[in-house]
Design a protein around this ligand. Structure first.
Ligand SMILES: Nc1nc2c(c(=O)[nH]1)N[C@@H](CN(C=O)c1ccc(C(=O)N[C@@H](CCC(=O)O)C(=O)O)cc1)CN2
Ligand SMILES: NCC(=O)N[C@@H]1O[C@H](COP(=O)([O-])[O-])[C@@H](O)[C@H]1O
Length: 208
């Protein structure tokens, strides 16, 4: 089966991108990162892609008259690289109808909390400040809502009394680097089936 072609959107340091690239390069997931796009020209995620010999580009939001025009530019670049699945990896913009229409049920996101709890920015810190005893991370399909799409995988971590917010963030990040590649592997093997709000992991391959 041909490798699933991934397009990764990232706004920051790119550690989730790195874990996806590493797992793909090691053959652990039948996928290849075809292109990395950032809305921030100094995003280290772009440097990580370039060091791996992967096409990487900065698309500057303020160069466009509207969000739709900005996203049409992103879609064009993704399609030029034959992208089949879009992975948001620390991408700090709300994805709109243009990108979602171009890739229906084919945009994933990693969120650093157990959705539906603590959506939005700084999910780790929200959970820590709330005083939860367990937190974690979520991989989900992206819809027009904020972190409201169907949940694919989650991982749980304990929260200790002596934890700082950074301690908890680091513990969650370790799990992010495991479940994001795993979710992509399952997708690449055609083993994810969406039924309404629910995502079922099947043993058989639905991907042609
Ligand atoms: N349509 C969706 N888009 C995105 C989702 C989603 O579930 N549906 N997940 C987010 C990731 N994210 C939190 O998990 C998130 C990203 C961005 C924002 C936000 O408020 N961004 C500001 C702009 C910030 C900037 O200027 O850099 C905004 O868009 O106004 C909140 C949460 C990815 N996108
Ligand atoms: N709301 C989205 C959000 O908070 N995403 C989070 O941004 C970080 C990006 O780190 P990375 O650039 O090292 O992958 C990750 O922890 C990811 O869960």
């Amino acid at each position: 089966m041909s490798k699933l072609r991934l397009g990764v959107l990232a706004s920051g340091r790119g550690s989730n991108l790195q874990s996806i690239m590493d797992q793909a390069a090691a053959g652990k997931i039948n996928a290849a990162v075809a292109v990395v796009i950032s809305d921030k020209k100094d995003a280290y995620a772009l440097e990580r892609a370039r060091m791996a010999g992967i096409p990487a580009g900065h698309i500057n939001y303020s160069d466009f008259p509207s969000k739709d025009a900005y996203e049409r530019s992103i879609v064009e670049l993704l399609q030029q690289h034959g992208v089949e699945l879009v992975c948001l990896a620390g991408y700090m913009r709300i994805v709109g109808k243009v990108l979602l229409a171009a890739f229906p049920n084919r945009v994933m996101n990693i969120h650093p909390a157990l959705l539906p709890s603590f959506p939005g920015l700084h999910g780790q810190e929200q959970a820590w400040a709330y005083g939860v005893k367990f937190s974690g991370c979520t991989v989900h399909f992206v819809d027009e809502g904020m972190d409201t799409g169907p949940i694919i995988l989650q991982a749980v971590v304990p929260v200790y009394d002596e934890d700082t917010a950074d301690d908890l963030s680091a513990r969650i990040l370790e799990q992010e680097h495991k479940i994001y590649p795993e979710a992509i592997r399952l997708y690449a093997e055609g083993r994810l089936r969406i039924e309404g709000r629910k995502v079922y992991v099947s043993k058989i391959n639905h991907r042609r």
